[in-house]
Design a protein around this ligand. Structure first.
Ligand code: HEC
Length: 261
């Protein structure tokens, strides 16, 4: 066999190999970037013979082969290599599921004049903000930090966008208020005779429980007090001096209060 003949023989082997390689199965696009929840397809063309699909990361990406395409759904953050093999060989496509755009708080409550900072995460490309109510809320962006300030009572919806998706933040602004005054004691809770009767307790013990005479729980108090007040009983004594200081209505209140203790 002379050298040129053997070369021709060799090239007759090589050329079909190159030709086969040129017609290998094709995946388009060869890489896809998705967010969780996205669905997409990768076109499969120039298939010869039986074709199979292998998925390196089924927890991140679900993939199924149909006629002429791989149906892809992004399930979780991660990277999957999808390999399609036919009689000619194997081609791969890479599917990357990136974390979705996030903002540190979905709901913000502020007082007028108060500010808070929100952090934007996983943005792809430039971040933009739109504000539904510039009268109530001011929102300014610096890097990936949004400073939100309450301007007046009201609410606003901020939409934070990157090149692929958006996230909403609800902001509620309230006017600062003075703490409410303590509720006045309900007049039904306190017997009107209580304060008047407290004058008695220095001599008759706590709640009239003793001292000179026990007057707590007594039903005789009113008649006694009236006798002291009128001078009918012991007109020069301590109780007479004390009882004349009250109106009869006050004596009734005191007696009623004491009778119920
Ligand atoms: C400064 C002391 C003093 C104060 C205050 C006082 N008492 Fe007396 N009280 C006495 C003394 C002492 C007696 C017994 C002597 C007497 O009968 O004068 C008495 C007697 C009484 C008696 C007669 C008791 C009995 O069993 O005979 C009644 C009823 C009474 N007090 C009710 C009151 C009431 C109600 C008040 C308040 C509004 C009051 N006292 C405030 C000193 C006081």
């Amino acid at each position: 066999m002379n050298p040129s003949r053997s070369l021709r023989w060799l090239s007759s082997l090589i050329i079909p190999l190159v030709t086969v390689a040129a017609h290998a199965v094709t995946l388009s696009p060869a890489s896809r970037s998705l967010l969780p929840g996205d669905k997409s397809t990768i076109t499969v063309s120039r298939v010869r013979g039986a074709v199979t699909l292998a998925n390196s990361n089924p927890s991140a990406v679900s993939a199924s082969l149909t006629r002429g395409a791989i149906n892809v759904s992004a399930d979780a953050v991660g990277v999957a290599t999808l390999s399609v093999t036919d009689s000619q060989g194997t081609k791969t496509a890479t599917v990357t599921v990136s974390p979705p755009l996030g903002v540190s708080l979905a709901n913000v409550s502020l007082l007028v004049g108060q500010s808070t900072a929100l952090t934007v995460s996983n943005a792809i490309g430039s971040i933009r903000i739109s504000n539904s109510n510039g009268t109530a809320v001011a929102a300014t962006l610096s890097g990936n930090v949004v400073t939100v300030t309450g301007k007046s009572a009201g609410s606003a919806e901020l939409t934070v966008r990157d090149t692929r998706s958006s996230v909403k933040v609800r902001v509620t602004v309230t006017a600062p208020t003075a703490p409410p005054p303590p509720p006045p004691p309900s007049s039904t809770d306190i017997h009107p005779g209580r304060l008047l009767a407290s004058n008695c307790f220095q001599c008759h013990g706590t709640n009239g429980s003793g001292g000179f005479d026990r007057i707590q729980g007594s039903t005789e108090v009113l008649s006694e007090l009236r006798k002291f007040a009128s001078g009918e009983e012991d007109p020069t004594g301590i109780m007479a001096a004390h009882a004349v200081g009250y109106t009869d209505e006050q004596l009734q209140l005191i007696a009623d209060y004491l009778s119920k203790l």
